[in-house]
Design a protein around this ligand. Structure first.
Ligand SMILES: [Zn+2]
Length: 295
């Protein structure tokens, strides 16, 4: 079984800026690779199937081969379907979520994706502590069921919308602590979500403070991936609304600090900013981030 730190080492390519974007898989997963290279990305995030459907259509026989042929040095991370809610109070949704997440892990294994990014879900009626335990129990069920050996599951920091879990660093620490698959779990740090959850990163002092808190509670070693998004709403708003880099309430400085933080040189960074038509907006956001890299 490949464990967290080993995977981090494998994904580390410090000679390049590890930066990219979430792209469509229309026409097959390998098509997203072409799109990523057109945008000069070294990182790609994708859904491994239609994320709005519980049903997963089978993988075409040639797809994984074509995918590996085209992939090159691209770091590709999967993002799970938004339907998945492993902390749901509804038993049927829980069962469907376990089944779908395990299928997505099988698919990640088939395409050799190092990371799959998962939102910790929302609780409905249950209390936070119980929801964290329920989430972890169902997470472990899905990982066990999938028999996935290679992929690391990244728990994404959340904005703290009503009923959700994962918006305090302590939540992610507890999930990792309760899980029987501790060494298969890492964290995806979403700048918009973290800021909306009340952790300031807007200047050097607040950025360092937040990273120190993260390190104290979770450990910086578990941070495997970034979602770089500015926030439409102010600090602590608990609203999950992304906007363009430097154009929201976070501002340029936080992104400059992340792009130049030596600790994260080998860590994949991916934008999830609003797209509009075509690729013009993605290109603009990527260029803005690339320009921030010093020396
Ligand atoms: Zn995100």
């Amino acid at each position: 079984m490949i464990l967290l730190q080993e995977m981090k080492k494998q994904c580390k390519k410090s000679e390049t800026i590890l930066l990219g974007v979430h792209l469509s898989i229309q026409g097959g997963l390998y098509k997203a690779i072409d799109r990523a290279y057109e945008l000069k990305c070294s990182v790609l995030q994708l859904f491994t199937h239609n994320p709005r459907q519980w049903a997963v259509s089978p993988v075409k026989e040639d797809d994984p081969v074509l995918f590996q042929q085209k992939r090159g040095a691209l770091l590709v991370a999967g993002h799970t379907s938004y339907l998945i809610n492993l902390a749901s109070g509804n038993k049927e949704v829980q069962e469907k979520s376990i089944s779908l997440f395990s299928k997505e892990l099988e698919r990640a294994e088939l395409f050799s994706l190092p990371y799959v990014i998962l939102h910790p879900g929302s609780t409905g009626e249950s209390k936070e502590r119980e929801a964290l335990q329920l989430f972890t129990h169902n997470l472990d069920m899905a990982i066990g069921k999938s028999r996935n050996r290679k992929t690391i599951v990244l728990l994404e920091t959340t904005a703290g919308q009503k009923g959700s879990i994962g918006y305090r660093f302590e939540h992610l620490r507890d999930i990792t602590g309760y899980s029987s698959f501790q060494e298969k779990l890492g964290v995806c740090f979403d700048t918009c979500h973290v800021f909306a959850a009340g952790y300031d990163i807007r200047n050097e002092e607040s950025y360092n403070r937040t990273m120190d808190i993260f390190h104290r509670i979770i450990g910086i070693d578990r941070l495997c991936f970034f979602h770089l998004n500015d926030a439409l709403n102010p600090l602590g708003s608990n609203k999950d609304r992304h906007t363009h880099i430097g154009k929201g309430k976070i501002g340029n400085e936080a992104f400059r600090l992340i792009m130049n933080d030596r600790r994260f040189e080998g860590t994949g960074k991916c934008i999830e900013t609003p797209k509009g038509d075509g690729t013009a907006l993605d290109r603009k956001n990527l260029a803005r981030l690339r320009k921030m890299v010093e020396g």
